[in-house]
Design a protein around this ligand. Sequence first.
Ligand code: MSP
Length: 665
Amino acid sequence: MSTNKKFYITTPIYYPSGRLQLGNTYTTVLADSLARFHRLKGESVYFLTGSDEHGLKIERKAEENNQKPIEYLDEQIANFKKLWKLMDISYDQFIRTTDPEHEKKVQHIFSKLQEQGDIYKGEYVGWYSVSDEEYFTESQLAEVYRDESGKVIGGKAPSGHEVELVKEETYFFKMSKYADWLLKYYQDHPNFIQPASRMNEMINNFIKPGLEDLAVTRTKVDWGVKVPGDPKHVIYVWIDALSNYITALGYDPDQKQQPELFEKFWPANLHLVGKEIVRFHTIYWPIMLHALNLPLPDEILGHGWLIMKNGKMSKSKGNVIYPETLIDRYGLDAVRYYLLKMMPYGNDGVFTPEDFVTRLNSDLANDLGNLLSRTVSMINLYNDGVIPKLSNLNKEDVSIEELSVQIYKDYDEAMSTANLGDALDAVWTFIRRTNKYIDETQPWVKAKDSSLKNELNDVLAHLAASLRFIGTLLQPIMTETPKKIFEQLGLDQISLIKDLNFLDLPENSKVVERPTSIFPRIKAKEEVEFVSKLVSKSTKGKGRAHMEELKKEEQKSIQYDDFSKVKMVVAEIKEAEFLPNSEKLIKFILDDGHNHHRQILSGIRKWYPEPEKLIGKKVIIVANLAARKMAGSQSEGMILAGENGDGNVVLTLMPDVLEPGAEIS
Ligand code: MSP
C-alpha cells in the first residue's frame, strides 16, 4: 500500500569532464538516501540524476582525447553509471542532455520564451570562464590583468579559473523584469531556499545590486543545442541543463497535454545542489519556470562541500580521494555512512583519515557490529537460537520501548528535512542505549538462575526487537547492512515503515548459528596510514582482500559471552617462594575471598628474584581455569601479568580498595 504522497527529488546533472571524486558523490548519496526514506514511507518517489554534456569544456576535453564529443561522452557516462551502480544509487532515471528528446524540448522552451518576448537578441561584451561555464562583469572578477595603459586584458573568476573576453551577438533572457517578483516569492516562501542563510546571500549579493539580463546563447561554441532558426547560436548550457528537471518528466511547451509523469511529479519536492550552484537554481531557474507559467519546486537545498585539511579536493593539490578505493577496502556501507555522517547540514565537512577510521571502529564496529553479534550469540547460547516472545518483565524494558518512540520521531523529522546528521545521531543514541540495556539487564547472570528464564528470554526478545528497529531505520542510509542484520536475526526485512511496530516481534524466528561480523574492527594505525596515502596520491594497497582477512581474524576471536565465561577475581598474595626443582616457577598461596589457600604456580621467577616482596600485594587471577600439574605440583588457576615490548613481565597489581574475591569484568 502506498500513501498518495509523491516525492520528486533531483541531483544536479554532472559534468562528464573527468573521474568523479568522493566529494562529487556526496550530492547523489544524500539524494539516494532521501529517495529511499520516502519509499520506506510508502510515498511514490521519482529520483532523477544525469549528466550535463554540452558546452565548451566538453568540446575541449574531447579534443584533448582525440575523440568526437559523443564518443568521449559515452565513455564518461558509462563510468558514471558504473560508479552509481557500485554505490547502489537507486535513481529512476538518468537523463543525458544529449538525449535527442531533451534537446528538442529545450529548443521548444527557448522558442516559447522568445515568442512571448522574454528572450531577445542583442550584443554581449564580457568575461567568460570556460571552466565555470559562466559570464562575469569586470567588477565580478576576483582578479584582473591590465596592460600598460591600464586596460583590462584578462583575469580570474571567483573560482580562480581564467576568463576570456567575449564579444558577440547574443540572445538575452529578461531576468531584470522578474527581480521584484522573485523577491516577493522568496518572502512568501521562506523555506524555498535551505539553509535559510543562503536566501539572504542571494538577495544581498545578486538580486538587490540589480539583476541583469542573462546572455543565453553563444556563437563561439559548437557543441550544444542550436537556437531554432538561428543555428550559429548555441543555447547557454545552464538553460539547457536546468531544463532537464522538467524535460525528464516529458514536459514540452508545444504539447497541449503534458504527460502523466509530469502531471504526477512536477513541481519537484527537492532540488539538491552544491552551494556553488545555488545561484542558478534559485534565481535563473525559478524565473524560467515562472516565465513558462509553471509552479516552482518546494525546496532547493544547497549543501556544503566535502573538503580536505588543505582545502577543496583538486587534482593539482594532489588531495583527491576516489570513492572506489575506499569502497573496495572498507565496503560500500562504511563509505555511505561516513559521507552522510560527516557532512554537517548545509555546511562544509572536513575529511580526515583519522576521523574516517575512528567512525568505522567506534560507530560501526563497536556500537552497531557488537550489538548484533552479542545479540545473536546470546540468543544461540541461552535459547537455542530461537527469538523468544516479547513481554515486559524487566524494569528496563519500558525505557527502551519508550525511547524507540522518541527516536523514531526525531529520525523522521530529521530525514524529512534532509538532515542526515541528526537522523544518524538519533539512531546511534538508540544503538548505544541498547548496548547499555544489555549491561543493565545482565543476561549472563539471569542465565545462571533457571527461575529467571522468562526475564532472560524477555531481554533477548527486546534485543531482537531493537535490532529490527535499527535495521529498518538504517535502510535509507546503508544498502547492505540492514539485509545482513535481518538475515542474521532470521527475520523478514521491513519494506514499509508503517509495518514497523517495536512490540510486534514475529515469534519463533531462528537466528543464524554463527554470527558473522558486519563491520570488523580495523587496525587504526595501519588504516590511517593507508587512507593518508590515498589522499597524498599513492593508491596502492590491498582492498577487499584486506577486509576479508580482518573478518576471518575476527571470526577466530571470541564473543562477549565467551569472555564472560572467564571468571576473574582479585586475590591477595599470602605466600610466595621459588618452587624447588624449577628454574622458572614461583609458588604462590593466595586468598581469593573464598579459598584462603589457593595455590598457583607462575613462570615469572626471572622477573621477580625476591618473591617474598610480593606478599600482601593484590593480583588478578583466573579463578575457573581447570587445575593442572606443573613441575610435579598442582596449580589452581592463573595469575595475570603483562608483557612489555622489551620482553619484561609485570604482574597486574590491583589497588588496595579491591577486596579479595572482587570480580573483574
Ligand atoms: N553540471 C552542473 C550542474 C547542473 S544542474 C542543472 C555541475 N556539475 S558538477 O559535476 O560540477 O557538480 C555536480 C555536483 O557535485 C554539484 O552539486 C557539486 O556541488 C557537487 N560537488 C562537487 N565537488 C564537491 C565536493 N567537494 N563536496 C560536495 N559536493 C561537491 O555543477
